[in-house]
Write a protein that binds this ligand. Structure first.
Ligand code: AQP
Length: 324
């Protein structure tokens, strides 16, 4: 008997970076191992349309993210693994939630404000994104959602939507918790006040070879202003804590204390450690990208399994709200 339901996904808006890995995927892999947990991991292709996209990129990004999940260790036998657009109930439930949510709650979302600024003309999907996300989560009656720190506000909205629905029409949905070992946000290398992002400045990708990582790290901003801790330097230390050893962290923290931090040395070690960490992953991913039929089969099977649960929830919702 599974007592916990976990749901999470990543937008099909580009190749996954190490922020996506540390903030989300790594937690998914831990949760997948728990016998008492049913996990749903999907590729958010519909969310991929909320910022500028073109059909060719959308389909290649979707395949790329699917191969990334599998190569990183998502096991389609243990977890339900599928494309968001293959389970139509997500979009229908999202419409129901749209009609329960005041616009003001959406305009307050910081991610909307940030992303709308960088779009020439933000589309309305970008505004209603958190409602679709609430539907993605609640359609499976998730109890917890493993996400990076940047998504906390969206999970709060999903809880509000669940509460509102339950109070008005009768209880169907649990109020999902955010699953986070420790709040984590990897920052952009060139603009460390902003989070690392697929669609922002060049991110460190899980696919990058050490040479490429070094090229990107060379551009990392490390300036310190007025004796304050530099966010760029702290970001590099955060990466070292995750990919390096404790000895390495102690060594460079020691240098930092003595004002003798050698950034070139730190960056070289980081490039090597991050590159090595993903060696096996990179090999598996290349292999999977050559097996498109296998990927399609696995995704179709996942969508089938997800659909059964989603259809039952939608049936309950329709009964409660008077849709015939
Ligand atoms: N920089 C980050 N640090 C920690 N966690 C992060 N996540 C994203 N960026 C960081 C987490 O990764 C998961 C998947 O994110 P997403 O693809 O659904 O959407 P996002 O948060 O908008 O991710 P990106 O990388 O910034 O992509 P774009 O540029 O396409 O919007 C989520 O759990 C997220 O918290």
């Amino acid at each position: 008997m599974k007592s916990e339901t976990i749901v999470s996904g990543a937008r099909a808006s580009g190749k996954l970076h190490i922020g996506n890995y540390l903030g989300a995927l790594k937690q998914w892999l831990e949760l997948q191992k728990k016998e008492t947990t049913q996990c749903y991991f999907f590729i958010a292709d519909l969310h991929g349309m909320t910022t500028s996209f073109n059909p060719k990129e959308l389909s290649s990004n979707t395949l790329d993210v699917a191969a990334t999940y599998l190569a990183a260790g998502i096991d389609p036998k243990k977890s339900i693994f599928f494309l968001q657009n293959h389970v139509l109930e997500h979009a229908t439930l999202s419409w129901v939630f749209n009609c329960l949510t005041p616009l003001g709650e959406l305009y307050r979302m910081t991610q909307f404000k940030d992303k709308a600024q960088s779009e020439d003309q933000a589309n309305s999907g970008l505004l209603t994104y958190p409602i679709l996300m609430a539907a993605d989560i609640l359609i499976y009656k998730a109890t917890a959602v493993p996400v990076g720190d940047d998504q906390t506000q969206h999970i709060e909205l999903a809880r509000t939507v669940a509460r509102k629905f339950n109070n008005r029409f009768g209880k169907i949905f649990p109020e999902p918790q955010t699953y986070m070992r420790k709040p984590l946000r990897i920052m952009s290398l060139t603009d460390p006040e902003k989070k690392m992002s697929k669609t922002g400045d060049e991110a460190l990708l899980m696919d990058d070879e050490p040479k490429e990582i070094m090229r990107k790290l060379k551009k990392a901003v490390t300036a310190t202003e007025g004796g304050k801790k530099s966010p760029g330097v702290e970001n590099l230390f955060l990466l070292l804590e995750h990919f390096g050893t404790k000895e390495q962290t102690d060594y460079f923290r020691g240098q930092q204390k003595n004002d003798s931090l050698k950034f070139s040395e730190l960056k070289e070690i980081l490039a090597r450690d991050i590159g090595n960490y993903f060696v096996e992953y990179r090999e598996k991913k290349q292999e999977l990208l050559g097996k498109k039929e296998y990927l399609a089969e696995v995704l179709a099977d996942g969508a089938n399994r997800a659909h059964k649960v989603a259809a039952q929830t939608l049936f309950e919702v329709k009964q409660k709200i008077g849709l015939l």
